[in-house]
Design a protein. Sequence first.
Length: 266
Amino acid sequence: MISDGLRILRYAAASGFADFRTIYTVRTWITGWLFRVLCQVSFFALIGRLIDSPEYTEYLLIGNAVMIAAMESLFVVASTSWERWTGSVPLLIAAPASLALVLCGRSVQWLASGTASATLALFLLSPLFGVDLRLPMALVVIPLIALVGLSTYCFGLILGGLVLRADSLRNVVGNLTMLSLMAISGAQVPVSVWPDWLQALSAVLPVHHGLAAIRGVLSAEMGFTEVLMHVGMEAIVGTASLGVAILGFKRFAESGRRSGAIEFGS
């Protein structure tokens, strides 16, 4: 059973990467997408330059570079709903395989691209803004960026399951989620500036703990145990999100089978 599940995930991921190759070539990904990412991160870092604060410049550059991994992982919200456009949802529900397995693997191309984009933005722009990443120790943050992307991807799967029921909201939901995470996760301002209830909300959402761990590694001001605690919390948030997403896809499939209301197009 485990081998069958892994095989389904592998084929679903292969399908997603095939879609990705129809959208981008290496050249268009670099000149189109990556250039846009670098401009976005630079825009926020320049705010620190504008107020003549090297510390805040570094804060904004690191936070917004890491947010790229989360932003691109949240594309899963929209791409999950694309399955209704293509008419594949009824076929997936009718198939003996789990709908959740297919949809969990179907959009992992965004996770891979987001991790690459965020990593390149951080390492390419840091020298331009005078941020010392303390190489080679800074290379430790690459898997942490991937963890942030993965936990956000799992959270995005929950939202993707919801927009399957109302696919016209896919972009609204994805963008509002991205902006909310950007605001309260510690990417733009310290989480401590927010009211207690927003701090508590941030603690159970993706990005916050992973970003805190990355800042701790890069600044060398956080002990190993504290970094590990934040890494563990980010992993817990991602795992819990994945569990909720799988349950949501299962209920969606069961509801579709009972009612026969899943159409072959949007």
